[in-house]
Write a protein that binds this ligand. Structure first.
Ligand code: ZN
Length: 299
């Protein structure tokens, strides 16, 4: 646990690869790795923002290529630029998203694997990855869910170069039919994102709240419109006519055309009432304020 005091915790989320990265897709082309990684970063981003955590999307989500000024998209230069961008932001934690691959054709290799840099053995990166694994195990398993294959140490460029505690998640294998089905599944992506969000919240000692569970309370019903007398032309100095004139004025956009609220039901009031009735109440007797008219005007 690594509570941040006096400010929001800062987490950098890094999508692996780009639309222009060659390869990095399932053999049938249905899954593009960058797109999966991009979507996972976006899903976790939503959870973290909702829980009051500051997020840097190292590459903006939504399909953009990273750092267009550097054209070595899959090369060392590109990763070096990403590392520089992350370190300049000084995050408290960094997470990189991937889908795994092995072999040159469909095969049985599957599972989710977490990585930290070998150079960070025993540091906060390893402590965090233990928290992360605790939650990710709950969405892994056996059978149709991909197995939890624990974590490994490997000096991938970004997890090695980022100064903050950081890790890389290989969610499942693009080279296995069942894993590809999971990688393409909206439900499974949600499970992964929630597990990752729970781990980040635990790391910063923040009680996790799921934005998906927020229900907006229903609006209280409006009180019913009171029973009102029927009004028509000829009434003078009448308080109910004043109410009617006020109610009609609410439907007249231009203030200079408003009725005088004088309580006298004359020609102007009648014409204005007819205009409103024609627009809103085609079935009411024109020029007569009956209960149906009141219901509409006072609703
Ligand atoms: Zn990858």
């Amino acid at each position: 646990m690594s509570a941040v005091i006096g400010r929001k915790p800062k987490v950098a989320l890094t999508r692996g690869h780009d639309p222009s990265t060659p390869g990095k897709r399932s053999f049938d082309g249905k899954l593009r790795e960058w797109a999966f990684n991009d979507d996972m970063a976006a899903r976790l981003n939503k959870h973290l923002l909702f829980n009051g955590i500051d997020v840097l999307l190292t590459i903006p989500t939504g399909g953009a290529d990273a750092l267009p000024d550097i054209n070595t998209h899959n090369g060392y230069l590109n990763r070096k630029a990403r590392i520089a961008k992350i370190n300049a932001w000084k995050p408290d934690l960094e997470i990189e998203f991937h889908a795994n691959a092995c072999g040159t054709n469909w095969n049985s290799g599957r599972g989710q694997i977490l990585y930290i840099a070998a150079s960070k053995r025993g540091t906060d990166s390893e402590k965090f990855i233990n928290v992360l694994r605790k939650y990710m195990r709950s969405v892994a398993g056996t059978g149709s869910i991909t197995p939890d294959r624990g974590f490994g140490y490997k000096n991938f460029d970004i997890v090695n170069g980022v100064k903050a505690p950081c890790c890389l998640i290989e969610h499942a294998f693009m080279t296995n039919h069942e894993d590809v089905a999971l990688l393409l599944s909206d439900v499974q992506r949600d499970k992964w994102a929630e597990a990752e969000a729970r781990a980040v919240c635990e790391w910063f000692a923040i009680p996790f709240k799921n934005y998906k569970n927020v229900v907006t309370p229903p609006k209280p019903p409006k009180p019913p419109v009171p029973k009102m007398p029927t009004l028509k032309r000829g009434m003078v100095n009448n308080d109910d006519v004043r109410k009617l004139q006020n109610a009609i004025n609410k439907f007249i956009a231009d203030k200079k055309n408003w009725l005088d609220v004088d309580g006298d039901f004359g020609e102007l009031t009648e014409q204005a009432l007819i205009a409103v009735q024609k627009a809103l109440l085609p079935s009411s007797p024109l020029g007569v304020a009956d209960q149906a008219t009141w219901d509409k005007l006072l609703a």
